[in-house]
Design a protein around this ligand. Structure first.
Ligand SMILES: *Cc1c(COP(=O)(O)O)cnc(C)c1O
Length: 376
């Protein structure tokens, strides 16, 4: 039964595979004993293999052991979990924060906790799959608005007479690398009395001096703005957070199923997230280097004649047309020792090569990528 379905995927060039890395995550990785320059991770600040983070995680393991053994509401969390939440609340300038086991668990847990039957969710069409699933799991109606289209969003808001409205958006879109027009969206929230839920998975550690989109746009955190972000991308660790008013945190802690019914993250992962935040805050040079590298790569790719689909961030999609052509280009780059993955439907509508640049790439890494792209 599944072999037929699998064959169908194969015929359409949509069959996926798993790559097994034999080295730490970083700008150079080992696959089957071969070194590749990697433009395929979200380790934007190059912290995934940082010695300070590894040491801090190791030390915490000797104090708190490894497994958490229970959910946070039982005995699963340590004082490190609490410390990380205080740090996040401070970092985001909110009343409180709550740690989730992953970004996926956060979106699928928080959105249904916030949005009841009387709520309408307004969701950008390019929002991450975990947001889409969170909307599906909630009892609320979901209205999808055109990507970053503030006029369309306003039309949708006007049409729906709900008691509670929540606008949901990624702040940096994971496959296009563009930034949500947050100032305009905040204005609509005020006009239509809507809550704002933002997903800062790719913005944390990248924009607003690492603090994310509100800092980037100089928007004050308000009690009706709910922020979610992850430790798994720029911060090189694992897990996610919710930051917002004390009421929202208390309500989520009491009702979010992915928080309540899942074992807490091991303390060593929490220690790693704390260490990553410290590194980022103490050394602004890392974020500067990320942007220097990003600008160099983006300029080179554009100069080589490619369409980068509106990218404004270290996520640089390269438009490649058909699925076949996309796979052909990814294969060519791979043969040149460059790992830059083909992204195909259903992840995106239009196939592309998704380049991600990090602070750890060297000038030579970026030049080699651009040279290879020029030869295609
Ligand atoms: C990666 C990502 C997530 C999921 O985060 P994980 O910690 O990897 O589960 C959620 N939202 C967006 C926008 C993402 O890019």
């Amino acid at each position: 039964m599944f072999s037929e379905k699998l064959n169908l995927l194969k015929e359409k060039n949509l069959l996926r595979r798993i790559y097994d890395r034999e080295s730490p995550q970083g700008p150079r990785i080992l696959l089957k004993g071969q070194e590749y320059i990697s433009f395929s991770s979200n380790d934007y600040l190059g912290l995934a293999g940082h010695p300070y983070i590894i040491n801090t995680a190791n030390e915490s393991m000797s104090r708190y052991g490894f497994g958490a053994g229970a959910s946070r509401l039982l005995s699963g969390g340590s004082i490190l979990h609490h410390q990380l939440e205080e740090k996040i609340a401070q970092f985001k300038n909110t009343e409180a924060a709550l740690v989730f086991n992953s970004g996926y668990a956060a979106n699928t847990g928080i959105i249904p906790a916030l949005a009841d039957r009387d709520t309408v969710l307004f969701s950008d069409e390019l929002n991450h799959a975990s947001i889409i699933d969170g909307c599906r799991l909630s009892k609320a109606e979901t209205v999808v608005y055109n990507h970053k289209d503030v006029m369309h969003l306003e039309e949708c808001l006007k049409k729906k007479a709900a008691t509670k409205k929540v606008i949901v958006t990624d702040t940096i879109f994971s496959m296009n690398g563009d930034i949500a027009p947050l100032r305009e969206i905040v204005r609509l929230c005020k006009t239509y009395n809507a809550y704002l839920y933002i997903d800062e998975a790719h913005a944390t550690g990248v924009i607003g001096k690492g603090k994310g989109a509100l800092a980037h746009f100089d928007i004050d955190p308000e009690p009706w703005i709910i922020q979610m972000g992850t430790f798994s991308k720029a911060l090189g660790s694992f897990g996610a957070f919710l930051a917002g008013s004390a009421d929202i945190i208390a309500w989520t802690l009491n009702t979010s199923r992915s928080f309540m019914y899942s074992t807490a993250l091991p303390s060593c992962i929490i220690a790693a997230s704390i260490a990553a935040l410290e590194l980022m805050e103490n050394d602004p040079h890392i974020i500067k280097q990320l942007w220097t590298n990003r600008d160099k790569a983006a300029q080179g790719i554009l100069a080589a004649g490619y369409d980068t689909m509106g990218s404004e961030t270290p996520i640089i999609p390269v438009k490649t047309g058909s699925i076949q052509n996309t796979l052909r280009i990814a294969k060519y780059l791979f043969e040149q020792g460059i790992f830059a993955p083909a992204i195909r439907p259903p992840t995106v509508k239009e196939s592309r090569i998704r380049i991600t640049v990090t602070a750890a790439h060297t000038d030579e890494d970026i030049e080699r990528l651009i040279e290879a792209l020029k030869k295609i």
